[in-house]
Design a protein around this ligand. Sequence first.
Ligand code: ADP
Ligand code: ZN
Length: 287
Amino acid sequence: MFGAIEAGGTKMVVAIGDEKGNILEQKEIPTTTPEETMPQILDFFKRDNVKAIGIGAFGPVCVDETSKDYGRIGKTPKLPWVNFSWKEAFEETGIPVAVDTDVNVAALGEVIYGSAKGLSDIIYITIGTGIGVGVYLGGKLQHGMMHPEAGHILLEKRADDHFEGNCPYHRNCFEGLASGPAIQARYGKPAALLTEIEEVWELEADYIAKAIMQYICCYSPKKVILGGGVMHVEKLFSMIREKTFKYMNGYITAKELDNIDEYIVPAGLKGEQGIKGALYLAEILNA
Ligand code: ADP
Ligand code: ZN
């Protein structure tokens, strides 16, 4: 049996599953402080047969397996978790842990079990409280110097958008213009209460399509998967597809772009991509 953790800013989803990706038991634990949250997590995994645990963590987090800081969280607004180490936290249990970012792990879940099954090059974009991009290229999750933070690419603000952007680091980056909290700050209401107002989603789709256009040019993914709370607004998909096609302007010729309905898609695992990806990460570690 394997363990999985989807470590989010508001809750930790912990699960036990098998090598086929079946979840056998799952529980949610509120994310407060490591002192409060970790004993509950360790307690959940206190059983005989957990061979390894995969963790999809909010970042920034060290994902370099050769580093002494592997699994350590960096500068995050979730202050009690700054410097917390996933690896150290599990040392007392003797269970090996594998750590990657929440979005990378979701991308992995989609490649193994979801919309991108069998593909070697895909990206997974989550548009929720923040915006993150999981990057899987050449059959591997991408790390590099740290890990990609592609939700923070700068986007040109549209002339009719009078919101300055709310990323504390970059103002008008993708996250600063198009995350759930950015929508709420621009219109003064939570995104979920604005679903009937067309201009909200036309602008949102426009920013998302401009970001995807850049990811296509940089990463050349064979599929683009979109998840996160904001993507519950289903009409966004057709608007994003149309605008992405328009912004590409025929520059890249590929069969994928000619069939854009199959190219830009929702997560096939419908919310389970993170936890199933984490489970698979544990399996790889154990292999
Ligand atoms: P997180 O990013 O914290 O893991 P979510 O992916 O659920 O969580 O994203 C939360 C954000 O998504 C909130 O800012 C909220 O405004 C937005 N959101 C959640 N549900 C909806 C919905 N049905 N329609 C539009 N926006 C939504
Ligand atoms: Zn930013």
